[in-house]
Ligand binder design. Sequence first.
Ligand SMILES: Cc1ncc(COP(=O)(O)O)c(C=O)c1O
Length: 453
Amino acid sequence: MSTAAASTPIAAPTTAPSRNEMEAFWMPFTANRQFKSRPRMLAKASGMHYWTPEGRQILDGVAGLWCVNAGHGRPEIAEAVANQLRQMDYAPPFQMGHPAAFELANRVVKLAPPGLDHVFFTNSGSESVDTALKIALAYHRVRGEATRTRLIGRERGYHGVGFGGISVGGISPNRKMWSASLIPGVDHLPHTHDPARNAFSRGEPAHGAHLAEELERLVALHDASTIAAVIIEPIAGSTGVLIPPKGYLKRVREICDRHGILLIFDEVITAFGRTGSAFAALEFGVTPDLITTAKGLTNGCIPMGAVIARKSVYEAFMQGPDNAIELFHGYTYSAHPTACAAGLATLDIYDREGLLTRARKLAPQWEEAAHSLRGVPHVIDVRNYGLILGLELESIPGKVGARAFDAYVKCFERGLLIRQTADIIALSPPLIVEPSQIDQMFTTLREVLSAAA
Ligand SMILES: Cc1ncc(COP(=O)(O)O)c(C=O)c1O
């Protein structure tokens, strides 16, 4: 696909900071000392590519961080943001409104699964998650079921880094430092990763729907009257790409319905086209009560998130005197005008270029290319869905993560940006990716993994 962005000329490389100049920045989710001794810098981006400060071109295999779905440097978004800044830089979102916020909410609702028709804006995935959890707890309370205070997440779940998100999340390094301060009354479903039975699955793995029944076990243990909500990622990304087993999400939905429990899908990475549909909920035919989003909503270029709620959830709050604030929650930057402008321009691009369903068209080539890596040394699993790859490597004994990190560094040296979690490599390219670029990604991966063997 040719985009205006792809042909944007790249100006002269910028200068990278020296070792000393790097010290002040405490980098997030980064091995700071290692990075600062061998930095990997990005200076420019356009279309499917980044450029390093020295001018080296890097093919973006991960849409930045699963967010730049329409490709980098889209001039339409830049113009919309610049115009908005000139027209009105900021508007308070409490007790005031501005047109773009309402327009964007309506546009998001049009894409969302039928019945989810109210949008609460945030500034990130983490904020979306904490917002959705708070809405779920408050929902039961305003309906007179204040005993429903328990939240259920899932092992290996990633729901951002707020206290709510790490409490329902299931990744131990993200939790252990704060284990005494996690929110109380949280339980976890088992994860669905079962390489012994599902390795090298194409699309949804065959085994594991029965794991949804663990929710019945938790209901039996705690009683439904104490449980507010279940939160899961339809496809878990950060924990190393876990695709839901066939029928699993439907069973979770049925059990939630049976017991009056709200179901939250965390679609921070799956929304806006990653699976081949606008939302994974649509792709898998399972409608939750709340959806959390961020990332692709603004093509990653202005921070923004959103929680999309069922009408019945919103309406439960619309009671009491007219002048009463119904939900004591919100952010200074909720529905920030520039983020709304970026969101509207992004959704226009998705619509004009058919990007929300493009992954479905490319998925067969993607799947073939992915599974051609079966047999490459140390590859113990390949899994895929839409434009998502999870490739699992056998760990070096006593050095979990070392093999995939080595591949990550070598891929970068060979001009490909991938993502690595422990010994799992993930790919999730911008949805504008061309077939030849898919080939390039998998060829580079193959060369790097084979050379390291
Ligand atoms: C499923 C999921 N939820 C929440 C988040 C947190 O989003 P953010 O980093 O924007 O806070 C992420 C980030 O990758 C995510 O993948």
